[in-house]
Write a protein that binds this ligand. Structure first.
Ligand code: MN
Length: 503
């Protein structure tokens, strides 16, 4: 469960060939080591890079790539052609290579040394054409990868590598992710459902199932002695409403929420699950919908999806991992109510389950009735998300493929207090405006549930879909419905043909 970037690494392989002789290769190695050392010392990269040496033959290339593929520490490989490395030598190695790839297109020295440059210098610093040779082969092989061009000491180049590293780490996390479902998807709901076998093949994560009765059994074993310190913790973190306080009429419901949280944590640990779903319709034996627990578990990095939405639960976990250590927060959200004024805006909320990582306020812990599900009044944290830019993302099952949809949005503060609204919320203006955003989202078949993050940008998802080999539709400042419809139609053909070619 804990997210620890120190346990993983990225490998760096420099390409060359036997032609150049020992002296040149030593120089290539020295340059590569300097680049790797300085990148590691830059402080901009979340994962350490381990230099693997310069590869000179097809055998060496295959060996290094196979070793990287098999290493549990290695979550991705950076390749750079300092000199020319004939790319037929890369076919064997690349053919079987499964992990994420980044092709760094850089040069050891930033500028041309006008007075000193001779043919030795020219022959040593050949990445301008060496990397083009490898680029051809990876394109010819339809190999998904990120290409980063620019001077390696520049912060923008390093940041692009850093984004990719975070995506690699999240991809690795997904390969062993287990999503625990308490109850099935909400009856008859289409968009939150999908092909769980295909999802495991595509994304790596396993969608598991746990009878609510198993959770209830653990709930029943939780003691008052365990609940007391957790309620104390709540008191230190949140403002309690009058009724929720120890002297209040609904304090017992806070204790029941704590009991459910302790049991949920225990069962998720036992089953080694890092994401989960609930369903307000499948709460037999539970006192209340686990709202507070879902909020607090998300805050600790767990993925969550309501009403059995396992795709969103897995996506929330993946985005939490990508964003780990960055500021801003990431949460499950749902489009709730519109505000048709100026550009248009959307009030985002849910029954209860919004992650407090997206607020800078001290949340209020309150107990109110839930008008659905027929259970006792659930405890919940109430707050408003902070201002700022973010991305809302979803994954839908189109029958022949999974599609990812992303909308950029600007969170703003609501125009007024919402004294009668007893749930956490975010209020945002989707880019380019509500009308275009909502039309495009609906044309793409996007869900009402999303995973939203203040910490991430579209670049993370560009990198993600290269690794996952899947469709991404982005809605942002430049989106027009005319172009978006064209993209939908072209993608329909592209993915149909792509599948036909692969099978
Ligand atoms: Mn919902």
């Amino acid at each position: 469960m804990p997210i620890n970037f120190e346990q993983k690494e990225i490998r760096f392989i420099t390409g060359s060939q036997l032609l150049y002789g020992d002296e040149t290769i030593q120089e290539v190695n020295r340059h590569s080591s300097v680049i790797v050392d300085k990148l590691n010392q830059s402080g901009t990269l979340p994962l350490k890079i381990v230099y693997q040496g310069t590869v000179l033959s097809a055998t060496e290339i295959s060996e290094k790539l196979r070793a990287a593929d098999q290493s549990p520490q290695c979550v991705g490989v950076i390749v750079w052609m300092h000199t020319f490395s004939p790319a037929k030598m890369w076919i064997g190695g690349l053919k079987s290579f499964q992990k994420p790839l980044l092709h760094l297109h850089t040069q050891f020295q930033r500028e041309i040394p006008w007075q000193e440059i001779d043919m030795n210098y020219m022959n040593l610093n050949q990445s301008a054409h060496g990397d083009r040779e490898l680029g051809y082969m990876m394109s010819r092989m339809r190999k998904g990868r990120k290409v980063v061009a620019g001077y390696w000491e520049d912060i923008d180049v390093q940041k692009r590598i850093g984004v990719w590293m975070r995506v690699c780490f999240a991809w690795d996390d997904a390969q062993k992710m287990k999503v625990l479902r308490f109850g099935d998807n909400m009856n008859n709901v289409a968009v939150t459902d999908g092909d769980k076998v295909e999802a495991e093949l595509k994304f790596g994560y396993h969608i598991d199932y746990c009878p609510v009765g198993d959770l209830v059994q653990i709930v029943d074993t939780v003691t008052d002695k365990e609940i007391d310190p957790l309620v104390d913790e709540y008191e230190s973190l949140y403002h309690f409403s009058e009724e929720a306080r120890k002297s209040g009429t609904k304090h017992q419901q806070v204790r029941e929420a704590a009991r459910i949280e302790l049991a949920l944590r225990r069962i998720l640990q036992q089953k080694e699950a890092v994401a989960f779903t609930t369903n307000f319709d499948a709460l037999h034996g539970l006192n209340q919908l686990p709202g507070l627990a879902a909020q607090r578990l998300m805050n600790d990095g767990y993925g969550f999806g309501a009403e059995g939405d396992w795709k969103t639960a897995a996506l929330v976990r993946t985005m939490k991992v990508m964003a780990f250590g960055l500021s801003g927060g990431t949460s499950f959200l749902e489009d709730y109510v519109y505000h048709f004024k100026e550009k248009g805006a959307v009030l985002q909320a849910h029954m209860l389950e919004i992650c407090p990582s997206i607020t800078v306020q001290k949340p209020h812990l309150e107990v109110h009735p839930l008008s659905i599900g027929g259970k006792a009044d659930p405890a919940r944290l109430v707050f408003t998300a902070h201002e700022g830019y973010g991305v809302a993302v979803t994954v839908v099952d189109m029958g022949n493929r999974f599609r990812m949809i992303l909308n950029e949005a600007d969170c703003v503060l609501p125009e007024s207090d919402l004294p009668k609204l007893p749930v956490a919320r975010a209020f945002w203006i989707p880019r380019p405006n509500l009308k275009v955003s909502a039309e495009a989202w609906i044309l793409a078949g996007g869900t009402h549930h999303t995973s939203f993050s203040f910490a991430l940008t579209p670049e993370y998802f560009d990198d993600y879909v290269e690794i996952a080999d899947m469709e991404l539709l982005k809605i942002g400042e430049s989106t027009t419905i005319e172009m978006f419809k064209k993209e939908l139609r072209l993608n329909e053909v592209y993915y149909w043909l792509n599948r036909a070619v692969q099978s």
